[in-house]
Write a protein that binds this ligand. Structure first.
Ligand SMILES: [Zn+2]
Length: 401
């Protein structure tokens, strides 16, 4: 592949570290607001001087504002920090295999509106039509708001500089200039990201507060395909190639079923949502009228259906074997699993834990934290911070940092 990819050009610069600190501060303040600067010092564990520098920068840029609040018993009026929700709005869009969803969010990350439509296989007319619809929605409902950008999450291999989908087997798209098409319709900067990377970012932005200070987080997204996103030092790790979209094509069983990539026994052919549904229906055709998705199987399993439970545990075993390989190699602090399979988390989690535990050379070694995704649609909720973060990156750089 001769195309020059963004990932080959990325290095962690001073500005990236600064942006990461600011993202963490914004997460904390958004979550705890109104919050005093003293409390920010306490919660971050940073020196008061460092906190003051970052806060002042965020105040100066208009991302935060100060609000006075009367103390309960005499004394000085305390100053509290709040995120300026009106600073910028963003469009978040998740293009999925069956349906696409877009949202409008304020700078707090609060979702103000949401719409869903069917995804079409004919990429360009579909994207142009969708772009026009979003532009119309924004114009008629948020005419006075300032929009920073649109974040788009899409499954497949991307050229991240151009915002082009190079190849998406599950969508059946190749060489689709997503960014270019949307920028023409929306008149906004558009940032395109792989769906698993977006999913990993959704944890940093919408996950529990401690996630914002997690140094290494592995997100495993199980939908029509299976992908991973990796957060390293609080930032998305891109790596030397087109990201980690190849995780689903890790071979788990050399005698396993044929995969869409032409190989056999890939994780995706064994544990993706379509693989789980077709295996369940092949073994139990009597459910063909009522089971169409992993959501349906998870519902049956959680209500005590043994057949559904067995098939989900089988899927979880395949996933556990593959995740174990990555966990041993990368040693992430936290592993997060997203997708419909997590609707049966009480059944899935013990199987994943068993597989994760089984390969450790030293018994009793502490395992990474393992949990299900915070939000129901990680690729969609990850598209929002992709857009909102661009305002942190694109503003005028201060002379002294
Ligand atoms: Zn494959």
């Amino acid at each position: 592949m001769s195309r020059k990819l963004a990932s080959e050009l990325q290095v962690l610069r001073v500005e990236d570290v600064r942006d990461t600190n600011e993202t963490r501060f914004l997460h904390l303040i958004r979550d705890q607001q109104p919050i005093s600067q003293t409390e920010v010092v306490r919660r971050t564990g940073l020196r008061p001087g460092t906190v003051s520098v970052v806060i002042n920068r965020l105040l100066k840029a208009g991302f935060l504002y100060e609000a006075e609040q009367a103390p309960s018993k005499g004394g000085r009026r305390a100053v509290y920090l709040q995120v300026n929700a009106e600073k910028a709005y963003a469009v978040g869009l998740s293009i999925g295999v069956c349906e696409s969803v877009y949202v409008v969010s304020d700078f707090n990350g609060r979702i103000l509106s949401q719409r869903t439509l069917r995804t079409s296989r004919t990429a360009e007319p579909f994207l142009r039509q969708l772009g026009r619809e979003i532009a119309e929605h924004v114009r008629s409902n948020y005419g006075k708001a300032r929009f920073s950008a649109a974040g788009v999450s899409v499954p497949g291999l991307l050229d991240r500089v151009e915002g082009t989908v190079i190849f998406s087997p599950n969508l059946g798209w190749s060489n689709v200039p997503v960014r270019h098409l949307f920028e023409q319709e929306l008149n906004l900067p558009v940032i395109v990201e792989n769906d698993s990377n977006a999913a990993a970012l959704s944890e940093l932005w919408y996950g529990p507060l401690e996630m914002s200070s997690t140094q290494s987080l592995l997100f495993v997204l199980v939908i029509e395909g299976i992908g991973t996103g990796f957060i390293l030092n609080g930032e998305l790790h891109i790596g030397s190639s087109v990201g980690s979209a190849g995780f689903g094509h890790m071979s788990i069983d050399s005698g396993g079923p044929k995969c869409s990539c032409g190989s056999t026994g890939c994780l995706e052919a064994l544990a993706s949502d379509p693989a789980t549904v077709s295996r369940f229906l092949r073994n139990h055709p009597e459910y063909s009228a009522s089971v169409h998705s992993v959501h349906d199987i998870a519902g049956l399993a959680m209500s005590g259906n043994q057949e559904a439970r067995q098939q989900l545990e089988k899927t979880a075993t395949y996933l556990g074997i593959a995740i174990r390989g990555l966990a041993h190699g990368l040693s992430p602090e936290v592993i997060v699993v997203g997708g419909q399979i997590t609707e049966a988390w009480p059944l899935v989690e013990p199987v994943l834990r068993r597989e994760l535990q089984s390969g450790y050379l030293i018994e009793g070694l502490s395992l990474p934290q393992l949990r299900r995704a915070t939000v129901e649609r990680p690729p969609l909720f990850g598209a929002v911070p992709i857009a909102l973060r661009s305002i942190l990156k694109n503003r005028k750089k201060p002379a002294v940092t």
